[in-house]
Design a protein around this ligand. Structure first.
Ligand code: K7E
Ligand code: CUA
Length: 685
């Protein structure tokens, strides 16, 4: 790190020196460098040519303002990093804020060749397979809600979590190397939606189901096994939702099912979920829809699901005392089902773990104000956000003030007893985020806007609590929105990203499948101001989490021989061999290879094996220079690995076809990159 300089938005920007790798690639692995110094910003006033650009391009003042607020020159740092779900691309996208530059796509649930994820690399193949949980080899995921690990409820920038709605899975990603470290299938659950959300110190990562799964009484749901005939009666009797608290080991990055627990829920569609802090510490919340328990069946004479599931004026906010649930589990009152301890619905009711509060009307979103006091739900079919007060909730529960119970016996609190306020905001309110000045921002899907309102004390202490104070149109069909470090005690304000589903007329027509549109909005002033439209041409992002860039401390290069699964030395690197041998393992022939990669040589550059051999290649990138990545791919074998500087990885494949196959480094790494190649000879047998 070099000189530190203030940029125009007052943010400290470090002037890093750029060490470019030597272009004398012949000097194998050389790291000699030269330094580029950045141009300093010109002193005002701007030269005439700037005016000329503005008039030539017919830019309006708003455009110029947006451009200046978002332009981050090369070599400068963005102020925030945004982790966005990649929707059904199955991945996570990493952006800079305010530049909206896409910096990285993290492979999670779907194979990704550039990162060598899922193409023979043993670690990633195992991850995908473990995450598939024996159902079939899943290469699809529908990512919705990213979460960052927390310390005292604040985002700490160490781990990232993301859920797969389609197959009820949860993944952890290390923010040391931006790689997926674990994928777990959530037991007794077919699809999941709410969460990931982390408990204040990331003891647990929680997630709720979406569509209830058929359960066999006392035995839960087993994918590919459990069958219950789908009728309205069976649905009510045998289908179940879940809320799962996955124990997370932040040392290894793994989820620990043996120390996790789950709460059985009625077959409503549990939706968004969040875990509280401060006054709501110990509590978790999820909104729900379809408390009608409709199953659809238009061809069978029933109304369509969307109609039948929208009858009730109120659905139920689920209020869960997870700390008490943890005690119940410790006391041995949970039942082991398919590898996880399950608190049955009856136990949850009897032990006072689960409560409902009415919420209008087929709601969406479930967010918590910075103080931890207010739980905010978007009305979706109701033009209001409904704000609950955890203090009132706790009081009403302590006084046992209930209006009755649901068909399963879950006690329902009185709406008036727990409500803090309702604010009429706009049509189709979905999700809420917060700033550092006591404001909430809600996305309105139908009226295409973001609406800003005031919270109540202690978040907002002015004289106009719970009132709309500003609105801004967005383009178009907004789902989530994201502000820096919202849904934690210390949101940072400044920017808001509207995650819009439709872009309609905002970009050139690139085919009927148009990009999604992330719109960056300036929220630093009283009035919101649109700064930038950013097309997203891969997948349909749902939620995003934004964190201050200083909180991230990623590795620059791996220590030599690092196994990225454990961040320790890969055993094969420790052996220190280079070369290969053919040997018998049980009754199968294995050709085991120890390989090094460095500009511009792959050693060995000839591997001879026999047809049918399992070829196992341990490869170490022995570069120490940042960015000096090599990749390894074998022609016609569908094998691809990415090996970052210092990394040791293993690929495995069966040499099932005879021939002589070129392998080569796939990253253009040096002038002699094309010569960085070798041959795999597979002798026919
Ligand atoms: Cu509203 Cu999955 Cu959070 Cu999509 S969800 S938008
Ligand atoms: Cu290494 Cu190209």
């Amino acid at each position: 790190m070099g000189v530190v300089k203030k940029s125009d938005n007052g943010k400290k920007v470090s002037r890093r020196k750029f060490i470019a790798a030597t272009i004398g690639g012949l000097a194998v692995g050389g790291a000699a460098g030269f330094t580029l110094s950045r141009l300093t910003a010109p002193a005002a006033p701007f030269p005439r040519e700037i005016q000329d650009v503005i008039s030539e391009r017919k830019l309006e003042p708003d455009h110029v303002y947006g451009a200046l607020k978002t332009y981050v020159p090369g070599g400068w740092q963005d102020e925030f990093i945004m982790f966005s779900s990649g929707g059904h691309s199955g991945q996570v996208l990493v952006f800079g804020i305010p530049s909206m530059k896409l910096y990285r796509v993290i492979a999670v649930f779907t194979p990704e060749p550039w990162q060598g994820y899922g193409y023979g690399d043993v670690k990633t193949m195992k991850l995908l397979e473990k995450g598939s949980n024996g159902i079939r080899f899943l290469t699809l995921g529908d990512t919705h809600h990213p979460e960052i690990s927390r310390t005292n409820a604040e985002f700490d920038g160490e781990w990232l979590f993301i859920g797969d709605k389609l197959n009820a899975r949860k993944a952890s990603i290390s923010l040391k190397d931006f790689e997926t470290k674990d994928i777990v299938k959530i037991p007794n659950t077919q699809t999941q939606h709410g969460g990931a959300c982390a408990s204040p110190n990331t003891e647990y990562v929680s997630c709720g189901s979406q569509f209830p799964a058929p359960w066999e009484p006392g035995r839960g749901y087993k994918p590919g096994v459990t069958y219950v005939q789908l009728t309205e009666t069976n649905y009510q009797e045998y289908f179940r939702g879940t809320m799962t608290f996955l124990r997370f080991d932040r040392r290894t990055g793994k989820f620990d099912l043996a120390n996790s627990f789950q709460i059985e829920l009625p077959p409503y569609m549990q939706d968004l979920e969040i875990i509280g802090w401060g006054p709501s510490d110990g509590w978790a919340f999820t909104n729900s829809i379809n408390t009608e328990m409709a199953i659809g069946g238009v061809l069978e004479g029933r109304p369509p699901l969307e109609v039948a599931a929208s009858q009730n004026d109120f659905d139920y906010l689920h209020i869960v005392n997870w700390k008490k649930a943890e005690e119940i589990v410790r006391a041995g009152k949970a039942k082991e089902m398919n590898g996880i301890k399950v608190i049955t619905l009856d136990t949850a009711i009897k032990e006072g773990i689960l409560f409902f509060a009415p919420e209008p009307k087929s709601p969406h979103g479930c967010d918590i104000s910075p103080s931890g006091r207010y739980i905010v739900i978007g009305g979706k079919l109701d033009p209001q956000v409904t704000i609950y007060d955890i203090e009132k909730i706790k009081e009403a529960i302590a006084d046992q003030r209930f209006q009755g119970e649901d068909p399963y016996g879950v006690p329902i609190l009185r709406f008036e007893d727990v409500k803090a306020a309702q604010i009429e905001v706009g049509l189709g309110p979905l999700h809420d985020e917060f700033d550092d000045k006591g404001h909430g921002y809600v996305s309105c899907f139908i009226s295409n806007e973001v609406v800003k309102y005031t919270l109540g004390p202690p978040d907002y202490t002015g004289d106009k609590p719970f009132q709309v104070v500003d609105r801004i149109p967005i383009h178009y069909n907004i789902g989530h929105l994201a502000t820096p470090e919202s849904n934690s005690p210390s949101p940072k304000g400044k920017y808001l990203v509207a995650l819009n589903k439709w872009s309609v007329d905002r970009f050139p027509n690139v085919g009927p499948l148009l990009p999604q549109n992330f719109q960056l909005i300036d929220i630093s002033g009283e009035k919101m101001r649109l700064l930038y439209d950013c097309p997203i041409g891969l997948g349909e992002p749902h939620y995003a989490k934004i964190i201050s860039i200083e909180k991230l401390k990623p590795l620059e290069v791996y220590e030599m021989g690092t196994d990225p699964e454990t961040f320790s030395k890969h055993p094969q690197y420790v052996e220190g061999k280079v070369g290969y041998e053919r040997k018998k393992e049980g009754d199968r022939w294995v050709t085991e290879v120890w390989m090094t990669l460095i500009r511009s040589t792959i050693t060995p550059d000839i591997i001879r094996c026999k047809q049918g051999d399992l070829v196992r290649i341990h490869m170490t990138n022995i570069e120490t220079t940042k960015d000096a990545t090599h990749a390894f791919a074998v022609a016609e074998y569908n094998v691809m690995a990415s090996i970052e500087p210092g990394e040791t990885a293993t690929v495995e494949f069966v040499a099932d076809k005879p021939g002589v196959f070129a392998y080569y480094c796939v990253e253009f790494c040096s002038p002699l990159h094309l010569e960085m190649a070798g041959w795999l000879e597979v002798e026919p047998v």
